[in-house]
Ligand binder design. Structure first.
Ligand SMILES: *Cc1c(COP(=O)(O)O)cnc(C)c1O
Length: 374
């Protein structure tokens, strides 16, 4: 065996420390403001963020929550989804999408992806609709908006509620309009690693519907309608003041960070043009915000370890589709149920992409991938 030599460059998969160095003064001031006002739960900073993020998404309301999972849960509850209902979603997603459906007592119904985009295939949605179907939750996977025209048309014609899982897609545009307002409501996550990340857990529900916003506000705070008046059994899903403070600072930078991600994605695409890797397609007039830059390769695990030898750290999103997870075994899916999602999970590889990495690191990572796949 050849002795391992030190790689010419190190490319971490992800690193938030450089970003903190840039924002340190602003963030410490914002956190100090929360402490000075003892506004630890909700409060001024959170309200300011709700207004700022609603405006950013081009929607009427933003309800700040403690996670993206809570946002999905409340979106479903506010739509009246519960036991006996079916909700259609994709299997190529983070498990939270399906968990939120299960929390309401409804059953997730998984539909296959379109292999060219890794997003839910609208043509398959129609076939999965039964008399019990009440809603569709498409996921803008990796920051790439789904085919919203096609899905909204199905939802409208079949009278189903459309809820966007926009947890990976802050600021992504479909036909020029930002996601978050295409359905009855949308869920965003501010998990630290997301494009807009808090310094802890965070999430939001966005909607243009006054009643949905009102209900979500009540449900996030124990079903309270006024002080100690509880019209519903709710939850403790409120956002912390610190998270609102951090998000207010970071929201100002989101567009510049997204532009960097898009620049690096374009560079990867250019450098990988002749490599034996498959890349998800960006449809015209759909603006992906590249939460992740994924490629599809044969012998993925071997490619990963050879990249690691060259100093390039990678990740896998996701190694197993949700319909084959042990948690959803009771639904009776089996290998072969959703072939495109299963094949995607076998071949998918996430390359490093974050605004603070250098152009040289992207070039190095892309060249390393070309080398190890040729
Ligand atoms: C991150 C994520 C969630 C869950 O968000 P949390 O804030 O971690 O609860 C849901 N769906 C998708 C697609 C996600 O990426």
């Amino acid at each position: 065996m050849k002795a391992k030599t030190k790689p010419a460059m190190e490319v971490p998969y992800f690193d938030l420390t450089a970003q903190y160095e840039l924002l340190r003064a602003e963030i410490t001031a914002a956190i100090d403001d929360v402490c000075g006002k003892a506004a630890f739960i909700l409060g001024e900073q959170v309200e300011q963020f709700e207004h700022g993020f609603a405006e950013y998404c081009g929607v009427k309301h933003c309800v700040a929550l403690n996670s993206g999972t809570s946002a999905l849960h409340l979106a479903l509850l506010a739509a009246g989804i519960g036991a006996g209902d079916e909700v259609i979603t994709t299997s190529d997603t983070f498990i939270a999408t399906a968990e939120a459906i299960h929390y309401t007592g409804a059953t997730p119904v998984f539909v296959d992806i379109h292999p060219s985009t890794a997003n839910i295939d609208p043509a398959q949605i129609e076939k999965a609709i039964t008399p019990r179907t009440r809603a569709i939750i498409p996921v803008h996977l990796y920051g790439r908006p789904v085919d919203l025209d096609a899905i909204a048309e199905i939802a409208h014609r079949r009278r189903l509620t459309l809820i966007e899982d926009a947890c990976q897609a802050h600021g992504a545009r479909y036909h020029g309009k930002r996601v978050g307002g295409f359905g009855q409501s949308a869920a965003f996550s501010f998990y630290p690693g997301k494009n807009l990340g808090a310094y802890g857990e965070g999430g939001a529900l966005t909607t243009n519907d006054d009643e949905i916003a009102k209900l979500a506000r009540s449900l996030r705070s124990h079903g309270e309608t006024s002080r100690y008046q509880h019209a519903y059994i709710g939850y403790n899903y409120r956002m912390d003041g610190f998270q609102g403070a951090v998000l207010n600072v970071k929201l100002e930078h989101l567009d510049e960070w997204t532009a960097k991600r898009q620049e690096y994605a374009a560079l990867y695409r250019q450098l990988l043009a002749d490599a034996p890797v498959d890349l998800p397609e960006d449809a015209p007039d759909v603006d992906c915000v590249y939460h992740l830059f994924v490629v599809y390769v044969n012998q993925r695990d071997k490619v990963r370890s050879e990249l690691a030898d060259r100093g390039v750290q990678t990740a896998v999103h996701y190694p197993k589709p949700v319909h084959l997870q042990g948690a959803f075994q009771h639904l009776g899916y089996h290998p072969g149920s959703l072939p495109h999602a299963e094949r995607a999970c076998e071949r998918v590889l996430s390359m490093p992409i974050f605004p603070e990495m250098s152009r040289e690191q992207v070039e190095y990572a892309a060249r390393a991938l070309v080398e190890v796949t040729k």
